[in-house]
Design a protein around this ligand. Sequence first.
Ligand SMILES: Cc1ncc(COP(=O)(O)O)c(C=O)c1O
Length: 457
Amino acid sequence: MNDRDGYDLGPDRLFPGLADPVLSSASLLNEIASRHPHAIPMAAGRPYDDFFDPAELPGLIGDYQRHLSNELGLDRVEVTRRLFQYGRTAGHIGALVARTLAHDHGITADPDAIVVLTGAQEGMFTVARALCASPRDVLLVTSPCYVGMLGAAKLLGIETAAVPERPDGLAAADVAAVAARIRSAGRRPVALYLVPNFSNPSGHTLTLTQRRELLEVAATHRMLLIEDDPYGFLADSSCRVPALKALDRDRRVVHIGTFAKTCFPGARVGYVVADQRVGLPDGGRGLLADQLALIRSMITVNTSAIAQAVIGGMLLRCGGRLSEANQGRVAHYRRNLTMLLHALEREFPPAVREAYGVSWTQPVAGFFVVLRVPFVVDDDTLRLSATRYGVLWMPMSYFYVGGGPRRELRLSCSALDPEQIDEGVRRVAALVRDCAGNEEDNRDDDATVPADAVHRS
Ligand SMILES: Cc1ncc(COP(=O)(O)O)c(C=O)c1O
């Protein structure tokens, strides 16, 4: 390499984890999506665009500003600082988050135990960083697992151990078996990361019994549970199960949440409830939340004050009852999921399903359905799907520790209109039929999308 031509870094000069497919999955997806802007986007778990109105933003900030002066009694200078200056590392809206968690999830949280973070993603990163103290430590994750957690662990050099989900979700006995195996190898299982409601990607929702059993296993194996719950606010009375944190009697659960799916993801506002007491090097005691704030002070410093003001305004407007305020969204997502499941039934009636060896999950709510197919699904299959069939989805291999070949793909329905769901599933079905029939012949990246396929997306 000649420096006079410009300084280039070889792969050996970069952190090896950067080459992991988990990290490149999002950029690959973005790259394919940008090359195929008309493909039906069944990949990302984004909220539906029509829920957002830019005209609302100034009013929400105004509501929060009035709350600061009228209810908290701050003077003009302090209110201005709250909105414009660097802010408290743990965030300013902890009390509003605590009220919402109490109403909607039955979680009693001291605002001092809440850290407001830049999305749930920063929550995963800070929690994993704080809890994994030595190379002996192992983080248990569900398998499949949300890529954000796998990616954070990879960047932090933290080893993960997969606990396979069963067809009805995560079994405490399987968690116990993995934890015991880790201990017998002289290592320490520190925590289990899981998404208990309408999981991403599997769609599972754990029953009350499964949650209680997990709490017991965590206590027996001296582990924490890291509950990531972006979708819990979208539950209605037909499918609401108490949060693990609401059932937690001995500070066993670290609860991560976000307003991405219920308010808007562009705000990048999430939070962690971390009420665990920790011993400090000087002999004193503090809360895990303080340690998370310490970590984030060296990453994002604090969550955008303006973003907190907007989310604060939303929480004030709904009186801390976000689930109630979200009824319209819940209905949209429920209808879309029902349509997706019906469209799969229509495209794969029992005889076809059997002939091709196709099946899919039946989540009660949430954004995702996993489709099992009779061929290996990888990045090339996704490219083929985008170019020839005009539909995007996520290969499930991204969601497994160590990747590896998988015969599954994840379909998302949250951001789509009904016609897009119907057409998207029709295209997925065409792909499945063709790939099942002749896998090799269909690996042609230069294939073009039929004109009708493009314009209907
Ligand atoms: C399980 C899970 N956790 C966390 C997130 C990301 O949350 P945020 O946008 O607040 O970082 C998502 C988003 O898709 C998710 O599905």
